[in-house]
Design a protein around this ligand. Sequence first.
Ligand SMILES: [Zn+2]
Length: 320
Amino acid sequence: MPILSPFTDDNINLHQLSVLQYGKCTLCGKSLVQGARVYAGKMNDGSYAIACDDCKDRIDTPLSNYVFYRQEAEMPDKDVKLWRYQDFSKFVSLLDSGKLFFTRADSFDDPFECAKGFNFQKDAIYAEMEKYLRIKVTTDLKNAGNNNPSNDEINTALKKEMDAMIKQQGEKRKAYFVSCWHENERESEGMWKLYTSALSEGVAVQTTVERLCRSLKNDVFEIGKVNYVSYDKPLNDKQVPVWYKRDGFAHEKEVRVVIKDATVTETGMPVAADLDTLIEAIYVSPTTKPWLAYLVRKVTLKYGLDKPVNYSQLNETPVY
Ligand SMILES: [Zn+2]
């Protein structure tokens, strides 16, 4: 995986930087260790560093340190173009609120959001959970002073933990809030049709991975590519379900931003974003009338954003 060069902008949130670094020490390039302390700071040349324990003394101006958790998803390169196709009304709502709407994982149309597999694979999924829980309950019993727990004692404790775990599984996905983007160098005819209710009133916001990361005012999030899998086998314990979808959705080429927050009870979370940073360009759909394209540009300017509004290249005149 590529290592991204550090940002030099003073506004960049340090957490974002660490996310953008693919979990490598920016000074020596070694992989940061999950759960180990990492050190953030500024270098004399104006760049930021997220350093491993060996390199921490090389940081010119130390700023903070924290426990490192590597995100599971693969992050696209920072210059990759991302698109969000929507109706004009949703676009105006974005301009007006200055907030990106994150949908709670259980509120998507796809019931498989955050699923580990199919219902018929339940036994295999639960067996996997049981393996891990057996170790946990045995350790718990020992910690409680029972140094040699009998099989019966383990099984009773295990059953209790399993019942609780199974109950929690569906609830767990309510802690994930997701903003979905489509990765593509160019416009996609299919996405216009999928994500606008009236094609002629479609507006697409085009950003980049870097712009998206820098625009978000929430300081803790993850960004990554969705993995499309067949679910021939259910996901294993190391695969975090929010980063997986069935391969029937592969055409969506989705990059998502995920915020985990179990304290929010609403079905969505508006997250403040700097729109001037976020929006690189705006596109109107192939069937948009000129008056609406003009209106999109005019409304965008009214909200203080001077962004190019492009006509869809998909309706250029062909040569035969
Ligand atoms: Zn290092």
